[in-house]
Design a protein around this ligand. Structure first.
Ligand code: AMP
Length: 603
């Protein structure tokens, strides 16, 4: 694959086997698929194994966690008594997220060291379980300085047996005001401990910490050339398959990106997602590998000019796409290959701008995510999917931000007069509260009708709680069988969680039906209306909106159709094909159309 940065291993570097790791750690490295150490690992591991202190100027993505994590585990004495908080190694990290990530990585390096316990400690989590774990005995604590201090103060943690101390992202830690805590922690550790200090930068304050607390450190610096990957903020969210479309709509509704590309794995999925977005009022177009070149160019031009903001695409279709406006890439489906991931996220962060990438990961795809992270040498940060409430707040803030301009424009007398009338005391003598009235107007403006919105929010919270608890319907199913999730997945449009933007209803009038003819067959609204009226005995007035897609069309019909009518219409021919009409349940009847085009609106 193309190399995202200069810190990747090169042929000239040694292999991990040359570094002299103890056998159980070498086995863990093998399990993780690391063959060649990164530059920081090649320098730091031998130095630390030899008992030296080190300072490492290195950022995330350089492999620094293994650079200190492996030697740290090599320094442990598995037979020593570590109970009652007498830990042997302490890693300080500035944030809860980093502490969790580092603890997880160190644990993965310790898989062949039975009995070695690693405990993350950070604020915001209850004390008791952490205290209990410390009392029972852990070898390695990875924590934020604040929570480590709390445990020290409570006597739950003791540093007198610490052999190995790591400061990760030291500059960040000082920036966050932890200098004093770091000093105290150093003061409580024995003098003969080994120290590894990592920092993205080496300002004088960090130098001073190193001068004071490290002994003749080996100084290592690895540069990370700026690359596409570094200008893109990469995140992921665990989203059960059936919630993907709803999540995508909310992500788009709260995104500040000028334009977005949504990637799916297959052409059929691209069209389905495109259709689902349009149904929910998002102006989106779909391109896939076999869309005609002319049409592709037109769509890309609309994206470039700002006439279009969301493009759904497959990997093949998006190849070479170069549009500066793209501020967000959503991986609706994780790509099969890490290489495709790099290409996808390279569609944003162009022309010196920063971009964002968000990958949806179904609960049983976490392993796939780890594989991508390992290959691209970057950890993705977990992001929260916006809730319906977040969407309303975002819309409301956007509206409120335009209020001053609207006030400035004047000509508000009509509304002022109506409001004044509304705010005069009623017959019962009560006057509506102006703030409440303004709040209701805002709620109406963002499409929050109250009860339905509450239900959507509750559903969202339930779903997130399931994901957090790791027990979604999908993980349960995955636990039962090792089947590929894609084969068991439901159609994305089955996810209808009530966050359809205001004014867009599933069927604006009556019931929405699906007919098996689309653009690919040359279907025209005229032909569909003709078949419905001639064969189905419907009147023009019974037929509402008609949306024509690549391989099928959706038609709103106000008059209820019984089985006999559906049979009759279903056998009718349009563009040389039977209509095969059926109520639209979201599942496509005709799969993988040859032509995947942007849906044409034909009312
Ligand atoms: P870090 O800079 O420690 O956050 O590591 C970034 C990513 O690179 C993590 O996903 C590691 O698992 C992965 N990684 C670290 N060292 C290597 C290596 N030698 N070979 C392949 N992947 C690695």
């Amino acid at each position: 694959m193309s190399t995202p940065d200069s810190t990747l291993p090169t042929d000239a570097q040694p292999t991990f086997r040359d570094l002299g790791l103890p056998a159980p750690l070498q086995s863990a490295v093998d399990d993780l698929g690391f063959t060649t150490p990164s530059p920081i690992q090649a320098e730091a591991v031998p130095a630390l194994l030899a008992g030296r202190d080190i300072t490492g100027v290195a950022q995330t993505g350089t492999g620094k966690t293994a650079a200190f994590g492996l030697p740290l585990l090599a320094a442990l004495d598995a037979d020593a008594d570590v109970s009652r908080g007498h830990v042997q190694a302490l890693v300080l990290a500035p944030t809860r997220e980093l502490a969790m990530q580092v603890a997880e990585a160190v644990e993965s390096f310790a898989t062949h060291l039975p009995g070695v316990q690693v405990l993350p400690v950070y604020g915001g989590a209850p004390y008791q379980p952490q205290q209990r774990a410390l009392r029972d005995g852990v070898h390695v604590v990875v924590g934020t300085p604040g929570r480590v201090m709390d445990h020290l103060d409570r006597g739950a943690l003791h540093l007198d047996t610490v052999k190995f101390l790591v400061l990760d992202e030291a500059d960040e830690m000082l920036r966050m005001g932890f200098a004093e805590d770091v000093e105290t922690i150093f003061g409580q550790a024995p003098a003969e401990r080994q120290v590894a200090l990592f920092s993205a930068t080496m300002p004088p304050a960090i130098r001073q910490v190193a001068d004071t607390h490290l002994t003749d450190p080996v100084q290592i610096a690895v540069s990370r050339q700026s690359s596409t990957v570094t200008t893109v903020e990469q995140t992921y969210a665990v989203v059960p398959f059936r919630h993907k479309v709803g999540s995508l709509v909310r992500v788009l509704a709260t995104s500040d990106a000028d334009a977005t590309i949504v990637f799916t794995r297959t052409r059929a999925a691209a069209e389905e997602v495109g259709v689902a977005l349009v149904e929910r009022g998002v102006s989106a177009a779909t391109i896939s590998g076999d869309v005609a070149q002319k049409e592709r160019e037109k769509i890309v031009e609309r994206l470039r000019s700002g006439a279009l903001d969301v493009l759904v695409a497959t990997d093949v279709a998006a190849r070479g796409l170069d549009v500066d406006r793209i501020g967000l890439v959503v991986n609706f489906d994780l790509p099969r290959e890490a290489e495709a991931y790099v290409h996808r996220i390279g569609r944003t962060g162009r022309a010196g701008r920063t971009g964002k990438a968000l990958s949806f990961v179904t609960p049983h795809e976490r392993g796939k995510l780890k594989h991508i992270e390992r290959t691209i040498r970057t950890r993705l940060v977990e992001a929260e999917i916006p809730s319906p409430r977040d969407v309303s707040a975002h819309r409301a803030r956007t509206i409120l931000s335009t209020v001053p301009t609207r006030l400035e424009a004047g000509r508000l007398d009509l509304y002022t007069q109506l409001l004044t009338e509304h705010l005069t005391p009623g017959e019962d003598g009560t006057t509506p509260d102006p703030t409440q009235v303004a709040a209701a107007l805002l709620a109406l403006a963002v499409g929050d009708d109250g009860p339905q919105h509450l239900a959507a929010q509750a559903e969202h919270e339930k779903e997130r709680a399931e994901v957090k608890g790791g027990r979604t319907r999908e993980t349960k199913r995955a636990e039962r069988s090792d089947r590929d999730g894609d084969r068991t997945r439901r159609h994305p449009r089955a996810d209808r969680d009530g966050d359809r933007p205001r004014g867009i209803r599933r069927a604006a009038e009556g019931t929405r039906y699906r007919v098996a003819v689309g653009h690919a067959h040359g279907a025209q609204p005229r032909g569909i209306v003709g078949a419905l009226t001639n064969e189905g005995g419907l009147r023009g007035a019974d037929i509402g909106k008609i949306d024509i897609f690549g391989s099928f069309s959706l038609v709103d019909i106000t008059k209820p159709l019984d089985d006999a009518a559906m049979n009759k219409i279903g056998r009718a021919n349009v563009a040389g094909r039977q209509l095969r009409i059926a109520p639209d349940k979201g599942a496509p009847q005709a799969r993988a159309p040859r032509s995947e085009r942007r849906p044409a609106h034909t009312a």
